[in-house]
Design a protein around this ligand. Structure first.
Ligand code: PLP
Length: 362
């Protein structure tokens, strides 16, 4: 039987129907209706953050945050991410400056940031890849010293906590994605979290044409609102998210039992004090008896779909026309050439995990 890389979490159909039934009475389908308001409140509580602004998807949220934060010039970021992070920077007319990642958890190598700062740098956009938390303390120190803003791409990090802190508490703002494939989904959707009430207020205006009243427009905003059906899906999924994370945890632990200690396969190490959301299971095949691409093909031959995530590096995208040299970020380059994320979702059976691991080792 086919095993996909992921499978969206969904509530029971009855539960969703109950959640949306009121929409047939009030006929308010979007424009920050009751579901939108309720989801905001529940997410603020869940993510332990004073302000959240919901969007129709995570990528758009990132672009709106870059705009609202008035970032200019050069942005220090990482090439080891999904296209969205880099594309958002470029689409906002800014220049990405690519910082290498570290070998332990594939997040930005904070020790390499300062050498990339110029008088044009306005911000750092690091990525909590796979839900692994960046070196937030060091990044904050550098940002304060140089007067830079920090916007985290936290698309992978929903529900992650560090000590007693929510991952949403770091930096000036964080972007979360609620895409169907993420740990928590609103079908499509996303959010910006922040402790900066003025930034939140500005984002709330920007996502609705900048309208401050029926006859007044304060900013040249667009339309990036989350609708009521998305918010209702979020309300249902949020009730089950802790259970879904526990099911993912069981899958990840089974992979670890099977694969840790195998010569040539490197797994992410767990960080002390960090509560993971088990968003992805990356395995790095360096000096293993099969190359990453061979493992990918072996699995595919059995109808099992893994993903070269992240490959290629965003700095090598065609639209850059060779402007950036991937050898300038050697750890990112080597990781992109040897990483494979394995199928992972709540409800993937232990038998399937064992079968995937047998194919990898055979
Ligand atoms: C999914 C994702 C995004 C974009 O989120 P969407 O909600 O799909 O638009 C951005 N960055 C990363 C790292 C992602 O994985």
């Amino acid at each position: 039987m086919t095993i996909q890389i992921t499978r969206s979490s969904m509530p029971d159909l009855e539960e969703y129907m109950q959640e949306i039934s009121v929409l047939w009475e009030n006929r308010v389908l979007t424009n920050m209706g009751i579901k939108h308001k309720q989801l905001e409140e529940e997410l603020k509580r869940y993510l332990n953050i004073p302000d959240i602004v919901l969007f129709n998807n995570g990528h758009i949220a990132l672009e709106y945050a870059i705009d609202a934060m008035e970032l200019t010039g050069e942005i220090i970021t990482t090439p080891y991410t999904f296209a969205s992070t880099t594309n958002a920077i470029v689409r906002c007319g800014l220049v990405p400056i690519f910082c290498d990642i570290n070998e332990q958890d594939y997040t930005m190598d904070a020790s390499k940031i300062e050498s990339l700062i110029t008088d044009k740098t306005s911000a750092i956009i690091p990525v909590h890849v796979y839900g692994n938390v960046c070196d937030v303390a060091e990044i904050e120190k550098i940002a304060l010293k140089h007067g830079l803003k920090v916007l985290y791409d936290a698309a992978h990090a929903f529900g992650v906590t560090v000590g007693n802190k929510s991952v949403a508490e770091f930096g000036n703002a964080s972007m979360f994605s609620f895409h169907a494939t993420k740990v928590f989904n609103t079908i499509e959707g996303g959010a910006i979290t922040t402790k900066d009430a003025r930034l939140a207020q500005k984002l709330n205006l920007l996502k609705n044409y900048g309208l401050t009243g029926p006859e007044s427009v304060e900013y040249p905003g667009g339309n990036a609102k989350m609708n009521e059906f998305q918010a209702a899906m979020g309300l249902c999924n949020l009730k089950h998210v802790e259970g879904e994370i526990l099911k993912r945890k069981a899958v990840v632990e089974r992979y670890r039992e099977n694969l840790s200690g195998v010569k040539g396969i490197k797994l992410c190490s767990e960080k002390e004090g960090v509560k993971s959301n088990y968003a992805y299971f990356p395995a790095v095949f360096k000096k293993y008896k099969y190359s990453r691409d061979e493992i990918f093909e072996k699995l595919k031959a059995e109808d099992i779909f893994s993903r070269k995530y992240f490959y290629p590096l965003t700095s090598t995208f065609g639209y850059f026309n060779g402007r950036f040299d991937p050898n300038d970020t050697p750890v990112a380059k080597l990781s992109a050439d040897s990483v494979l994320t394995l199928p992972l979702y709540a409800g993937l059976s232990m038998e399937d995990v064992d079968r995937i691991c047998r194919i990898i080792s055979a």
